[in-house]
Design a protein around this ligand. Structure first.
Ligand code: NAD
Length: 353
């Protein structure tokens, strides 16, 4: 065999955007998120088994680039993700991502995949999974404030997991609302496009905020949040980038992913460091209360945690292994003698010459 031809150990399965979209469309986006939510829930229920840190964020004036690692004893996963709220004005996406899932035993990657589409799916699957524990029973209507890339995925996940049929949309940019309205009508939602955020929350039992702005924004004011509402706040996810007026937080029971990260990045950065919050893994294990009553205001202060990506990577690895949803990338150097990396380079040079 030619030295230039990669051996089996050199190969890492890679899922491109094209193949990820084919997989999701073949499975169906709602079924995909329902299954993915089961993986996320299973991993949240074994929370103490993970080696966890708050993500590593590199901030600039325009946005943030983050690395999100986490491991259990068998696998290690990480995601590279950015957040640049001004990007859409220049034709770029606000959020793009890719990730790797590896064997802890060898350190070798088992999967390399696009995660821009996968992040939208995992974020929505997590939101709706949390909604199952916190949203009022029999909720049918959700307000969606911020109608960008994440918006439709949120609606679909809440339909698949919580039975939401009606969505009320608002975005500062009417073109974004128009896009989401058309997309969501086409998949059977009862949609109302609203001119203000106040109008959007009318009659909604769940409010999802998924706006992008690099500031302490006020997407919801205190007077807009009535008794019994569940707020799914996903857009406030960086220091200095929040969506809710502080008074709302003081009236809500607040649920978070990983407190050391959420205290830095979430809505609760507006509160004292010891303000009580409930960790979702404990709710899922039945060790802490979720929704306790009809009048309670519940808030999922979502920032996105590495375990959700780990679950998504684990899920995609199982779905794509041995299929044509992945292609083999020649990613890892694999000399015949593992210690003769230089010899391999020399021989490749000679053969190419
Ligand atoms: N929590 C998580 O796990 C998670 C995951 C992915 C993205 N996010 C965050 O979710 C947010 C949305 O992401 P996206 O990919 O949909 O971004 P996007 O840029 O595609 O869409 C954001 C939308 O918000 C709108 N908007 C901005 N300010 C507004 C305001 N004051 N009122 C109403 N609408 C407003 C914009 O016009 C835009 O249409 C971002 O802040 C992103 O960082 C969080």
């Amino acid at each position: 065999m030619s030295i230039l031809e990669p051996s089996e150990l050199a190969h890492v399965p890679f899922v491109s955007v094209e193949n990820m979209m084919r997989l999701v469309n073949d499975v169906g986006a709602e079924a995909f998120m329902r299954e993915l939510a089961d993986y996320i829930e299973a991993d949240f229920k074994r929370w103490p088994e993970f080696d966890k840190i708050a993500r590593v964020a590199s901030h600039s004036r325009e946005g943030v680039i983050e690395l999100m690692p986490v491991a259990d004893t068998a696998h290690y996963g990480f995601k590279y993700v950015n957040g640049h709220p001004k990007n859409t004005r220049e034709g770029y996406q606000t959020v793009t991502a890719f990730g790797v899932f590896s064997s802890v035993a060898t350190g070798y990657p088992l999967l390399f995949t696009e995660m821009t589409v996968l992040t939208a799916l995992r974020t929505a699957a997590t939101s709706a999974l949390v909604g199952r524990y916190l949203a009022p029973k029999n909720a049918t209507t959700m307000a969606l404030i911020g109608n960008g890339a994440q918006c439709e995925f949120q609606a679909l996940a809440f339909r698949a997991l919580c039975g939401i049929e009606t969505v009320r949309l608002y975005d500062v940019d009417p073109a974004a609302t128009k896009k989401a309205e058309a997309n969501l009508r086409a998949v059977g939602f009862d949609v109302t496009a609203c001119r203000t955020s106040q109008a959007a929350v009318e009659g909604a039992q769940i409010i999802t905020t998924c706006t992008a702005d690099k500031q302490y924004a006020t997407i919801l004011t205190d007077n807009m949040v009535g008794a019994g509402i569940h707020i799914n706040a996903i857009g406030g996810d960086c220091p200095g980038k929040t969506e809710l007026q502080r008074d709302i937080l003081l009236r809500s029971d607040i649920f978070v992913e990983f407190p050391p990260q959420t205290r830095i990045e979430g809505e609760i950065q507006q509160l004292d460091e010891d303000h009580p919050v409930t960790e979702l893994w404990q709710v899922m294990r039945g060790e802490a209360d979720g929704r306790k009553g009809d009048a309670q205001i519940t808030l999922f202060d979502s920032v996105g945690f590495a375990i959700e990506d780990f679950s998504a990577l684990r899920f995609v690895l199982e779905k794509t292994a041995g299929t044509d949803y992945c292609v083999q990338l020649d990613l890892l150097a694999d000399p015949d003698d593992p210690r003769d990396l230089f010899g391999m380079l020399q021989r490749a040079g000679a053969e190419a010459a």
